[in-house]
Design a protein around this ligand. Structure first.
Ligand code: PLP
Length: 359
């Protein structure tokens, strides 16, 4: 039996999200139409917006096609007249949307270097872009402290909460942020919808113009099935899952003897661990574990499927590659035991191969 342990790439669909998608697929109306069918579609859209606000706090919600677009909309839409400062361990969705941005270093445990942020904030007004939690290591940035510094210097703070949403408390208020990005498929919704949550009244230049949808913030007919699924997933994402998953994650870290954990000393997401097996390439380990039925990923898998050197681990001063184990919301109770068994067998096989090579 295979075990899916790559939730940070995409979470399995939640039953409530599946039902919401199916119900929306059967609605013919366009939410912008004024007739009865249009109004039914509009009600579904409003419901999804309410579900997102109920889970992630008051904000103006702009639906997008996913986390990448929500981040790009915030960064390109809020940057006018501002310098852009971006964390060194941000996701490529953020890094690529801010070419020429100043990179903010992290400490060896992967958390933001607050002194460096304080230094970088001196000067003209800035837009600061930071992730709530890292997709490779799960390391959580000290956002309330970063926010205090931003306020002091008149900077805006955009938070990429794509990995944090559903796994820890997330809201504009909790982070002291002006905007935050979330993604449906990382919450147990379908792929194809995300949202930018904005402090009301914020000026934002849209990326896509058109029919004035989303109050002119994002043109185009809303992808209702994906948005309805996102809303249902946000409602279903139970914060109590975190405790169950962190017990499994801790058991994996305790059981994988010989592994180093990237960011071990920092606050981290409950479902994520980044395991380094010194002397062994992450790609080799991912393939060996896949053959054993364990689906995990290497730190930095790009869309070509190749494994590149991780800019996240490099920013933390780590030279070795890591495998990422990220437990999904529906991880079975024996997930840790089964993973530790497969990982230990892999470690022993790889070590024997090294010894045989040395002879
Ligand atoms: N931000 C982070 C931290 C992510 O991990 C990802 C996806 O892996 C994204 C943004 C992009 O989200 P999406 O896949 O919805 O475009």
């Amino acid at each position: 039996m295979t075990l899916y342990l790559d939730a940070n790439a995409s979470e399995p669909l939640r039953p409530a999200a599946r039902s919401a998608v199916l119900a929306a697929l059967d609605l013919p109306g366009n939410p912008s139409s004024v007739h009865t069918a249009g109004r039914s579609a509009r009600r579904l859209l409003d419901r999804a917006r309410d579900q997102v606000v109920a889970r992630f706090g008051p904000a103006e919600v702009v639906f997008t096609a996913g986390g990448t677009e929500a981040n790009a909309l915030a960064i390109r839409g809020l940057a006018a007249g501002r310098r852009v400062l971006v964390g060194a361990t941000e996701h490529p969705a953020v890094l690529a949307a801010a070419p020429g941005a100043t990179l903010l270093p992290v400490l060896p445990d992967g958390t933001l270097d607050l002194d460096a942020l304080a230094g970088a904030l001196h000067g003209p007004p800035a837009l600061v872009c930071l992730m709530a939690a890292n997709n490779e290591t799960g390391v959580i940035h000290p956002l309330p402290d970063a926010s205090t510094l931003c306020r002091w210097h008149g900077a805006l703070l955009h938070v990429d909460a794509v990995q944090a949403a559903g796994r820890m408390p997330v809201s504009l208020e909790a982070f002291g942020a002006d905007s935050l990005a979330i993604s449906g498929h990382k919450l147990g919704g379908p792929k194809g919808a995300g949202a930018l949550m904005l402090r009301p009244g914020l000026d934002l230049v849209p990326l896509v113009t058109g029919g004035g949808q989303e109050r002119g913030r994002r043109g185009g007919t809303e992808p209702l099935p994906a948005i309805a699924g996102l809303g249902a997933a946000a409602e279903a994402a139970d914060p109590a899952e975190a405790t169950r998953l962190s017990v499994l994650r801790d058991a994996i870290e305790a059981g994988c003897h010989g592994a180093e954990v990237a960011g071990a000393g920092a606050p981290r997401l409950p479902n994520t661990t980044s395991l380094i097996l010194p002397g062994h390439a992450a790609e080799t380990q991912v393939i060996a574990l896949d053959l054993a039925g364990m689906q995990v990923s290497a730190g930095a898998a790009c869309s070509s499927g190749k494994v590149g050197r991780s800019h996240v681990l490099a920013a933390m001063g780590l030279a070795e590659g890591a495998i990422r184990v990220s437990l999904p919301w529906d991880a079975p109770p024996d997930a840790a035991e089964r993973f530790v068994q497969a990982w230990s067998a892999m470690r022993d096989r790889l070590s024997r191969r090294v010894l045989a090579g040395a002879r």
